[in-house]
Write a protein that binds this ligand. Structure first.
Ligand SMILES: O=C(O)CCC(=O)C(=O)O
Ligand SMILES: [Fe+2]
Length: 286
């Protein structure tokens, strides 16, 4: 779609003006070619060799955790295949983002940090959530919802809007993943305030207008592509093949006003907001 696909070489000033400030999505083909000819070799087998003994959380097609398994068990269960009609279990291995989080990917991210880099169009300075003033580096720093997302073909994330009035970046490492994005204004048709329509099984009595809005963007990410999902945008994803993605959320200073409104309307009680505020206070930030 015109305007939504940009070369990996765009500057962060262009990204801030054209995408962050304008709340417009971006698909960046070959983001990783800035650093390497190929994305890191993190297929499920390679990750299972490195992290097979780690306990990891497995989710449904939204954000409901189902159970905890050993990484290796998850990978061999996926290799054995999922029964037809059964939802594909989705591994969301998040880095620490709240105080009472039993299972974190922090050690794995520490081990993987030399393998990857964030897209160079992302700004490195002036984040307000997390409050990092300079040299932000998602390979090393904590971010809300920073995670390794891993699934077999068919793994999906149903339509939703991300929390914290935050933006998100997702880098596709292994496999193909299809994304559908709708702008915030489509929420009138897609959401009833309590929930969002499931595009695969729409409850037409509850969401009678769901089909009256068109996605603004439908795209299949290949290994080495990245997508920027702006705050308030409805999005859904499905893996077309075994998939590994890395993702994180953030608020940049250019959107500080939007974030302040979110905090004022109850967001400051959110456990992830509190976790990051405490962390940055202890590191000497405001
Ligand atoms: O990659 C996916 O499955 C979707 C990720 C996403 O939108 C999220 O975790 O909020
Ligand atoms: Fe999301």
């Amino acid at each position: 779609m015109a305007g939504n696909t940009s070369p990996a070489g765009m500057s962060s000033a262009e990204f801030i003006a054209g995408h962050l400030a304008e709340n417009q999505p971006l698909v960046s083909r070959g983001w990783c070619r800035q650093w390497w000819p190929q994305p890191p070799p993190w297929d499920l087998g390679e990750l299972a060799r490195r992290f097979g003994d780690c306990r990891v959380p497995v989710f449904d097609s939204l954000f409901e955790m189902q159970r905890v398994v050993r990484f290796e068990e998850y990978v061999s269960a996926m290799a054995d295949g999922v029964a037809g009609g059964e939802p594909v279990p989705y591994m969301r291995w998040y880095a620490r983002q709240r105080n009472f989080q039993m299972i974190c990917a922090d050690d794995a991210f520490a081990e993987l940090k030399g393998d990857w880099a964030a897209p160079s169009w992302l700004p490195s300075d002036d984040y307000v959530f997390p409050a990092i003033k300079e040299n932000a580096d998602p390979t090393k720093d904590s971010f809300p919802a920073k995670g390794l997302f891993i699934c077999a073909a068919g793994g999906r994330t149903r339509l939703h809007v991300d929390p914290w009035a935050s933006d998100a970046c997702l880098c596709q490492i292994t496999g193909e993943k299809r994304f559908v994005l709708y702008p915030p204004a489509a929420g009138k048709a897609l959401s009833d305030g309590a929930g969002v329509v499931d595009l695969d099984r729409p409850d037409t009595a509850r969401f009678p207008l769901w089909n009256s809005v068109e996605p603004a963007l439908e795209v299949t990410l290949q290994p080495g592509d990245a997508i920027f999902i702006p705050a308030g945008w409805y999005h859904a994803a499905v893996a077309l093949s075994a998939s590994v993605s890395v993702t994180w959320n953030f608020v940049h200073a250019v959107n500080a006003g939007r974030f302040a409104k979110y905090l004022d309307s109850g967001g400051s009680a959110d456990p992830t907001v509190k976790y990051f505020r405490r962390q940055h206070r202890s590191e000497g930030y405001a």
